[in-house]
Design a protein around this ligand. Structure first.
Ligand code: HEC
Ligand code: HEC
Ligand code: HEC
Ligand code: HEC
Length: 405
């Protein structure tokens, strides 16, 4: 955005703030007057902006450039950043509440008036171009469920397409907690659980693949195995009271023991024999398995096979784009904030955003909204989001001609 001698004002913001009044900003009378103060930089005149340019040349350009496009990866782009937000941050640096030595020093001796004008100047500039997409870091996190489905393609021949067994002797995998599935696969890998074929199959899988596959099965709608279950279900039901404490009344576990509801009966039988002989070594299962004979096991197998399995309590993780939808509520479409007090994220340096997001997560940079947002986000999520916004096209602050008084 060029500012020549035209009379301009951030008039668009005044009306937008009125129309949209984003829910993230309280609108109490006290907050409103504080907000009006925050907006001083947004109401700057062309003359203010020209004066701001001189402040920038003297105090800021060595790091941020006179065009607001930083050359060093540790320094954020500030061209086109929202004026109210920048003014607030400059005050926060001045008070020392956002600790950063170069910035604390840069604004230390500047007057409030200079801060308003320099914020207005940088806000008036054309924003940076989007980062080009091929950086490995910050690449959008692939959908782990889709990745799990792809990695599980070779398993469906034995375990069924969505982990519901249709071959006697093959365990169903749906309805099982992903943690249990991960542990089971690792146990085959290390040889702690003995099965040569499963060992070969899972040894080819990376930890990420194992975790994606487990998530994929856990998120499928579970069903009873489509395999025969001979045995006396009623007798099995009464024998199962001994198992309910760990496996749940109907074989739907809420603890660390695996769910048994709907499990293939033949596999169940083999598992119990393996615990009994010690071939499958497990402290928790040794006593229950030795306390029952073949007939009781068969009845238990029939009882559990006919119970309705339930999906384990896991949520589908959000993709980067789905997460960004939540961020956009405050940061605007593709991170192009329409509120002068909320920072724009589009085309910002990914490295800078990653660092700042980690600082919010650790509570080093304080913001109620952001500290809460970062709760539960992983390092992968952070890199994904930072990369995502760095590739978005940035829109300038909107200037509108000011009608002559
Ligand atoms: C010595 C280098 C240096 C100078 C000089 C400097 N800055 Fe900065 N600036 C930085 C760095 C580094 C950061 C990132 C700090 C952080 O992580 O908190 C930053 C952050 C900022 C931010 C916060 C950006 C955001 O999106 O939150 C603003 C606004 C800013 N600078 C404006 C200015 C202005 C205006 C001046 C001149 C008065 C100035 N800076 C001078 C290096 C500098
Ligand atoms: C050729 C048939 C076959 C293929 C292919 C196969 N499995 Fe298995 N899987 C089995 C059998 C049989 C068992 C039971 C082994 C035992 O007794 O421990 C088993 C057991 C498991 C278990 C433990 C289940 C439980 O309830 O404890 C998991 C988890 C598992 N397989 C995952 C996989 C995955 C993931 C793949 C694909 C990468 C796969 N399997 C491919 C036959 C197969
Ligand atoms: C003290 C808790 C506890 C009790 C009681 C218990 N189990 Fe288990 N059970 C477990 C745990 C933990 C595992 C997982 C062990 C492993 O990883 O091999 C398990 C595994 C199993 C498995 C293998 C499941 C699979 O998918 O491979 C079967 C079958 C089983 N139990 C049946 C029973 C039956 C039948 C009883 C009652 C006679 C019983 N359990 C009682 C804790 C218990
Ligand atoms: C409820 C409103 C709200 C939501 C939702 C929100 N933010 Fe923010 N965000 C803010 C505010 C307000 C600030 C300025 C806080 C401050 O002063 O430190 C901010 C600051 C930031 C900054 C620092 C900008 C800079 O230039 O230094 C980043 C990066 C950021 N948010 C990313 C995100 C991401 C990613 C999400 C989604 C996971 C998100 N935000 C969700 C309100 C929100």
């Amino acid at each position: 955005m060029k500012q020549d001698a035209r009379p301009v004002l951030y008039l668009a913001f005044m009306s937008l703030a009125g129309i949209f009044s984003p829910s993230c900003y309280a609108a109490t009378p006290a907050a409103q007057s504080a907000a009006a103060d925050d907006l001083r930089a947004a109401y700057a005149t062309p003359q203010d902006i020209a004066e701001g340019k001189r402040v920038a040349a003297a105090s800021c350009a060595s790091c941020h450039g006179s065009d607001g496009i930083a050359k060093s990866k540790d320094t954020p782009h500030i061209a086109g950043q929202r004026p109210g937000y920048m003014l607030t941050e400059l005050r926060v640096y001045q008070s020392g509440n956002r600790g950063n030595t170069p910035m604390n020093n840069a604004v230390k001796f500047l007057s409030e008036d200079a801060l308003v004008k320099v914020a207005a100047y940088y806000a008036s500039l054309d924003p940076a171009s989007p980062a080009s997409g091929s950086r490995a870091k910050g690449a959008s996190a692939p959908d782990p469920v889709a990745a799990g489905k792809a990695a599980a393609a070779g398993c469906s021949g034995c375990h069924g397409d969505i982990g519901i067994s249709d071959q006697a002797g093959m365990p169903s995998l749906s309805g099982l907690d992903p943690k249990y599935l991960i542990d089971a696969m690792r146990a085959y890998k290390t040889g702690q659980r003995k099965d040569d074929m499963m060992k070969t199959l899972v040894s080819a899988l990376s930890d990420t693949e194992i975790s994606n596959i487990s998530l994929f099965y856990a998120l499928q709608k579970p069903g009873k195995a489509k395999t025969p279950s001979p045995g006396d279900q009623a007798a099995g039901k009464s024998a199962a009271t001994a198992c309910a404490g760990c496996h749940g009344e109907t074989g739907v576990s809420t603890g660390t023991a695996p769910s048994l509801a709907g499990q293939d009966a033949q596999y169940f039988l083999m598992a119990m024999r393996a615990y009994k002989s010690g071939a499958r070594a497990d402290e928790a299962m040794k006593a229950p398995a030795t306390s029952v004979d073949e007939t009781v096991i068969k009845n238990l197998a029939a009882f559990y096979a006919n119970q309705q399995p339930q999906p384990p309590r896991v949520r589908k993780p959000l993709t980067t784009a789905e997460m960004a939808d939540r961020c956009n509520r405050c940061h605007g479409v593709d991170g192009n904030s329409i509120d002068p007090r909320a920072p724009a994220l589009a085309s910002q340096r990914a490295e800078y955003m990653e660092r700042v997001l980690r600082a919010y997560q650790k509570g080093e940079r304080k913001s109620k909204a952001m500290n809460a947002m970062l709760d539960g986000l992983s390092e992968t999520d952070i890199q994904g989001l930072a990369g995502h916004y760095s590739r978005m096209k940035a829109r300038s602050v909107v200037f509108m001609p000011l009608p002559a008084k």
